[in-house]
Design a binder for this molecule. Structure first.
Ligand code: PNS
Length: 161
């Protein structure tokens, strides 16, 4: 039977409870889910290094058998082909996400028509949560409980203190 391999790409700087919610939903739908962190040399405002992001995501997904964590550079579609993936998983939190996600999904389809983008909705309680806001709140000393796992909160605190 055909195995469905999905790639969940993103910056994950840092991984939030919203990302983890999507990973838990996605791993039930696909045979294998690869969480793929984009190495983006242009984004020098990253809070965490690629290695730190990989380490945190691995710790948070260690219990899930069909989930692996990886990093990629360059075009997502090339990486998907290399991994023999059939689908890309992306989360849509609100209508405001839709325009950018639509553009990216259609461009990816143009680049590689054999791949499908699958959109899933994270839990409603995460609909306002983003890694960007987590970084901002952390830098300004605000509370992060409920937004990121405790381990990630500790790592953020030691990073910004
Ligand atoms: O978490 P993000 O920042 O919303 O993730 C965006 C990401 C990394 C998925 C996107 O920028 C991406 O796919 N980058 C890889 C380069 C690429 O393939 N660009 C063409 C997209 S149509």
């Amino acid at each position: 039977m055909k195995q469905i391999i999905a790639i969940y790409p993103g910056s994950f700087d840092p991984v939030t409870n919203g990302h983890l919610d999507l990973i838990h939903r996605g791993c039930k739908l696909f045979d294998r889910l690869i969480v793929a962190i984009a190495r983006n040399p242009e984004k020098d405002s990253s809070l965490f290094s690629l290695e730190e992001r990989i380490e945190m995501l691995q710790a948070m997904t260690a219990e899930i058998d069909n989930v692996t964590v990886d990093a990629f550079e360059g075009l997502l579609m090339n990486y998907c082909i290399e991994k023999h993936a059939n689908a890309v998983l992306r989360g849509i939190r609100a209508v405001s996400d839709y325009e950018f996600e639509l553009q990216m999904a259609l461009m990816n389809r143009k680049l590689e028509p054999r791949l499908e983008t699958v959109f899933m909705l994270p839990g409603e309680s995460y609909s306002y949560l983003s890694a960007k806001l987590v970084r901002e709140i952390a830098k300004l000393g605000g509370p992060l409980a409920g937004l990121v796992p405790p381990l990630v909160e500790q790592r953020i605190r030691s990073k910004v203190s």
